[in-house]
Design a protein around this ligand. Structure first.
Ligand code: CP
Length: 317
């Protein structure tokens, strides 16, 4: 297994099965600090910089919370308009990250351009963590999802994953890459104009990912162990920011999971994950059902990022 020390976390395409489990093991080791709301001093000499060019609630703050729990330091920006990258100068990724590397020991970036974190990693000698790049990938979200599934199911093998939503989403790309490492079947349900792109299908075919496409969640939910959701009514992830207009579309029932559908058709043991934020594809009345695990994901996100930061910064190996 490759060492995590000093490593960029840019994609799950290149994660091995052993590497997933190693990160989950370190997250488990550090989990008691998050659970008991205690801080340790494991990373007291390290600094995390968050460079977020797109809005975020969970991803940025869970990285920052994890660093605080580990006794480290945090700085950064959450609105590039207040930096030279977002004003008159439109400063390049190269110039920005060539400089940011001197300010911190690890950099977490979210960007609206696919591949921006990879470009940043070329110019920063410290580890760069991809926190979402356009329609590209969202590795730390999917690491959190898989860590949650491992805790809830005790395994990542022998499960059927129902993926519902916009298949252009970065989470969908990362999870399908990740499933190549497990004995997993995926059923993919999304609107035709938001389906998996041919070039991405070619990639996951080359990785032997076992998946099929279906048209309506109601026809296949009975097969699912894991119901993994994203909105189909959502912002343009290739824009730096999109305000909601006065008119917001409704999600067609083919891509909604309702309390009634869960009651009538889902396996009683199935669990629902949603990276959030949600629209009307998953109404709040599902929150009180036995299937809901998206709040557990919020806690697990802190523990997982504690494990990841400890590994890339060499405090665990
Ligand atoms: N899941 C997720 O990426 O949420 P944020 O956009 O709030 O970070």
């Amino acid at each position: 297994m490759r060492s995590f020390i000093g490593r960029d976390i840019l994609s799950l395409r290149d994660f091995s099965r052993d590497e997933f489990f190693r990160m989950f093991q370190v997250a488990d080791d550090l989990r008691p600090f998050a659970r008991d709301r205690r801080n340790t001093d494991l990373l007291k000499h390290k600094t995390l910089l968050t460079a977020f060019y797109q809005p975020s609630t969970r991803t940025r703050l869970s990285h920052e919370a994890a660093m605080h729990r580990l006794g480290g330091h945090v700085l950064g920006f959450s609105d590039s308009k207040m930096t030279r990258a977002g004003d008159f100068y439109q400063e390049s990724i190269k110039d920005t990250f060539h400089m940011l590397e001197y300010y911190a020991d690890v950099i977490a970036i979210r960007h609206f351009q696919q591949g921006a974190p990879h470009e940043a990693a070329k110019w920063a000698s410290v580890p760069v963590i991809n926190c979402g790049d356009g329609w590209g990938e969202h590795p730390t979200q999917v690491l959190t999802d898989l860590y949650t599934i491992l805790h809830e199911k005790g395994t990542l093998d022998g499960l059927t994953y129902l993926l519902v939503g916009d298949m252009r989403m970065r989470t969908m790309h990362s999870i399908l890459y990740a499933l190549s490492q497990f004995d997993a079947k995926a059923i993919v349900v999304g609107p035709p104009d938001m389906s998996l792109l041919p070039e991405f299908k070619a990639e996951i075919d080359a990785l032997n990912v076992d998946y099929e496409e279906a048209g309506d969640v109601r026809d296949v939910i009975d097969q699912a162990d894991i119901i993994y959701m994203e909105p189909v009514v959502q912002a343009d992830y290739t824009a730096s920011r999109e305000e909601r207009g006065s008119q917001v579309g409704l999600t067609p029932p083919e891509y909604c999971v309702t309390r009634e559908l869960l009651r009538d058709k889902a396996r009683r043991s199935s669990i629902i994950l949603h990276s959030l934020p949600r629209m009307d594809e998953l109404l709040p009345d599902v929150d009180g059902t036995r299937h809901q695990r998206y709040w557990a994901e919020a806690f697990n996100g802190v523990a997982l990022k504690m494990g990841m930061l400890a590994l890339v910064l060499g405090a665990a190996e």
